[in-house]
Design a protein around this ligand. Structure first.
Ligand SMILES: Nc1ncnc2c1ncn2[C@@H]1O[C@H](COP(=O)(O)OP(=O)(O)O)[C@@H](O)[C@H]1O
Ligand SMILES: [Mg+2]
Length: 264
């Protein structure tokens, strides 16, 4: 899971739309990564702090405003352990709401997040970014910082249009479309419309992962369990899908690499 210089990978879960399963995927994939032996850091970049809530971590940060602007010790001092071996969390905070304007005011840089995360790519094999639904300078920072941008797509007509907007945004800004990977999320296989939309979208756009995540009450129950799905329902069907999705992503992120290879 490391690059040529032995540094960990960064994967963002991103979409312009909310409510498509970004946080569910970020939390479950980060958990599976850690359980597979990769030292994993989940960064909750969404002021709604759902990922932080799922992992039962207090969302308040010390020196909140400065954390993502200054980086370094301000970030590391706020990384929290979770109940799960190998999984750490950078919690959300209200200040993230101001991150975009702050980034804009301070540096106007699209590389700021990448440089802030740089040192942590020596400590972690994988950094997962849970993004808010945004198409701002923060989104651009997320694209620049990431080796892989994972986009959950709900196969409804409106969601298909939103995904077309994501691809157009990435192209217009000149980012590498090759690092964008999409998967179908909240799929209701019995719905003819879902099946037809999936087939049409696969023709229209490249970069689909083979695994789809079904619409499942078990995934919703993460909210009451306040835990990653594989931690409390290890053999549920939806858990199996997240594991299959992880296997595909691990192959893209680090062909041939093994857990712990960074420290070996
Ligand atoms: N596969 C799924 N099946 C059923 N409900 C889901 C699924 N994925 C997410 N949800 C639910 O939908 C809502 C939005 O999911 P979330 O992951 O928070 O989306 P986002 O981060 O894109 O806003 C949450 O209540 C979550 O529990
Ligand atoms: Mg979310």
């Amino acid at each position: 899971m490391v690059d040529k210089s032995g540094r960990g990978r960064v994967m963002a879960v991103y979409h312009l739309k909310g409510g498509v399963g970004k946080t569910a995927a970020a939390v479950n994939l980060a958990y599976i990564s850690a359980a597979s032996g990769y030292r994993t850091l989940l960064c909750d970049l969404d002021p709604q702090s759902s990922a932080t809530y799922y992992l039962r971590v207090e969302p308040r940060l010390k020196h909140a405003r400065k954390v993502l602007l200054k980086g370094g010790a301000n970030v590391s001092g706020n990384i929290k352990g979770t109940d799960y071996d190998g999984l750490d969390l950078l919690p959300a905070d209200w200040s993230h709401r101001h991150l975009t304007t702050s980034l804009d005011r301070v540096s106007k840089s699209r590389k700021r997040l990448r440089s802030i995360l740089g040192p942590f790519r020596r400590e972690y094999d994988l950094i997962v970014l849970d993004s808010p639904a945004t198409a701002t300078l923060l989104a651009e920072n997320i694209f620049v910082a990431s080796d892989l941008v994972l986009v959950p797509v709900v196969p409804s007509t409106l969601a298909a249009r939103a995904y077309a907007n994501v691809r157009a945004f990435i192209r217009r800004k000149g980012y590498d479309e090759g690092k964008v990977w999409a998967f179908f999320s909240m799929v209701e296989a019995r719905k003819k419309m879902h099946r037809a939309t999936m087939a049409a979208m696969k023709e229209q756009f490249p970069g689909w992962l083979g695994t789809a995540i079904p619409y499942a009450a078990d995934v919703e129950s993460m909210g009451s369990a306040r835990a990653p799905l594989p931690a409390f329902l290890p053999v549920a069907a939806a858990t199996g899908r997240y594991r299959a999705l992880w296997d595909e992503l691990a192959a893209v992120l680090g062909p041939g690499s093994t857990p712990g290879s960074q420290s070996a």
